[in-house]
Design a protein around this ligand. Sequence first.
Ligand code: DCP
Ligand code: MG
Ligand code: MG
Length: 360
Amino acid sequence: MAAILHADFDAFYASVEQRDDPALRGKPVVVGGDPNFRGVVAAASYEVRGFGVRSAMPMKTAMRLCPHAVRVPPRFDVYRDISRQVLEIFRVVTPLVEPLSLDEAFLDVTNRVDDVWTPVKIARGLKGRIKKRTALTISIGVASSKSVAKIASDMDKPDGLTVVAPGSEREFLAPLPVSRLWGIGPKTQERLALDKITTIGQLVERPAEWFAARFGKSGPFLRDLANGIDERPVVVERRRKSLSAETTLAVDSGDAEYLTEVVERLSQRVGSQLQRRGLEGRTVKLKLRLEDFTTFTRQVTLDGPVSSPDGVGRATTDMLRRELAPDRRFRLVGVGVSGFESGEDAEGENPLQPRLAGLI
Ligand code: DCP
Ligand code: MG
Ligand code: MG
């Protein structure tokens, strides 16, 4: 039986800001962009969540819900460093670590488990080590699969530890809303509600044919997930397929000079990331969103690979020029590069030998 951990920091960006500025502790904190420039909430501290503030909400809405909230701009470099530190701690336990984002990862500890080191004990050890090293709390879910572990890590936040014993997956999932399952978004949730299906328990009562009819090709997978079955392995190497950056403009604009400047800045950002990672791509993409939210992309495949900020900039500004028109105003622009020929694997290497004793 596999033993999978899913670890996820609590209110990550917001907790880091509270850690580094004692004046913010115990206060409603939102991390994100300026409300006057269409800023969005990246992270909401637990204090501000009581007011209904959530990630991805416009900052304007957040400040209306909680006018005394303190807004802090994000510090990605700091978050990235913490993320690296924690991955190192994870890799002391097992090389089988799959990062999902800066603040979360799966660990396959199956081969590390014995009579003394139960999965729960490993999870407790990790939580303690991370708290000591970063002064932050992380919540962990322990289960026999990725899907259940991920759902479990969210059950007891903040500073949670939720264990789903092998064999009790169905029982654990049954009372939870269907939206907890991978791939069930708000639309699917609404459609299921029309059939009086709101919990995972109600979903699993449906026969296989119903799943196939309702969800097509992904029917069997979803049915498995609802039953607590998920055979997907923890994947250590995940080669990056593309690099991109985008920005919503402060004001919709059709101004050629301004737009070119923005596209060049994004190209610089993507290009320098390419260089930092030693990547070369052949496909350069420009993403555009008009003021009416119509979104489209233009892309070009180059004769030779591109790896420099200027190379990316030449390709994107060319494409931009062709899209400019007197009556066209843009709301968002983005730049991306894909089609890599060589490449690193950011998270693949494991310099540390697994050493469980290091956890205590
Ligand atoms: N994030 C973001 N935009 C989003 C969601 C998240 O920029 N729409 C960033 C900020 C979060 C971090 O990613 O702090 C981690 O995302 P999580 O979904 O794990 O959310 P939190 O860690 O903030 O809270 P939780 O305690 O619920 O995990
Ligand atoms: Mg989190
Ligand atoms: Mg997360």
